[in-house]
Design a protein around this ligand. Structure first.
Ligand code: SF4
Ligand code: SF4
Length: 222
């Protein structure tokens, strides 16, 4: 999602790599669930998030739609995001005790917070959002440790691959007046990358890559 703010306004002015230490560790977030409420449509799921949640919960992606996950248009493409509910706009996975009920398979953006990703021409760096997390006594932690996702180098390659693929599709959708084409792009993305189940997290990246290669051929991106 495009954000119309400068990095200086929202960060400590530094860009981080995965091996860097950053003051992000909220040490269990005790008593706080600020980033699990009022997030609107911003917790967008990528295919790995969908697979991780689906496999972790033993529920198909389709069965999560509506109750846990909703669809919205992000820069021209329909993508899933976590559904917030009630007056407080609580994430539907937030328990009554204020803890995440899907912590082991929570989405990538939940793992990242209060960090963000800053994309350049062919990759991204991490940055620390200084206005978002109210915990002021955060301690330093290695970025990759904070994100808590196995095979961090593969994960970062995957994040880039997905990001730049979506950017390429956005250009296709922006550049056409054919509404059917724009709709079909979104339907394809949802069907191939989200609704078609992944057999397990251990072979997620190879399954994703096979789907991606087919999509790139179809949309003539290679
Ligand atoms: S806002 Fe910060 S302290 Fe609160 S739950 Fe989120 S990451 Fe944890
Ligand atoms: S999935 Fe868990 S960590 Fe993420 S917003 Fe929902 S309750 Fe919070």
């Amino acid at each position: 999602m495009k954000r119309e703010v400068s990095l200086e306004e929202i960060s400590d002015g530094r860009l981080y790599r995965g091996s860097d230490m950053v003051k992000a560790d909220c040490r269990g977030c005790a008593g706080c669930h600020a980033c699990c409420t009022g997030m609107g449509r911003s917790v967008i799921l990528d295919p790995l998030d969908a697979a991780r949640l689906s496999l972790g919960l033993g529920a198909s992606f389709d069965s999560l739609l509506g109750s846990r996950v909703e669809l919205n248009v992000v820069d021209g493409i329909v993508l899933p995001n976590l559904r917030m509910e009630g007056e407080e706009e609580r994430c539907s996975f937030l328990g009554a005790d204020g803890r995440c009920t899907v912590h082991p398979y929570r989405p990538g953006l939940c793992r990242l917070f209060p960090l963000g990703r800053y994309y350049g021409e062919d990759g991204f760096s991490y940055f620390l959002q200084i206005h978002e997390c109210p915990k002021r006594d955060r301690t330093k932690v290695k970025v990759h440790r904070w994100i808590d996702t196995p095979e961090p180098a593969k994960y970062e390659d995957y994040i880039c691959r997905w990001h730049f693929f979506l950017k390429a599709l956005e250009k296709i959708v922006e550049g056409t007046e054919d509404e059917a084409l724009a709709r079909n792009v979104s339907l394809y993305v949802l069907k191939v990358f989200y609704r078609t189940p992944y057999s397990g997290m251990e072979n997620f990246y190879s399954a994703f890559e096979a789907r991606m290669e087919e999509a790139e051929r179809l949309f003539q991106l290679v």
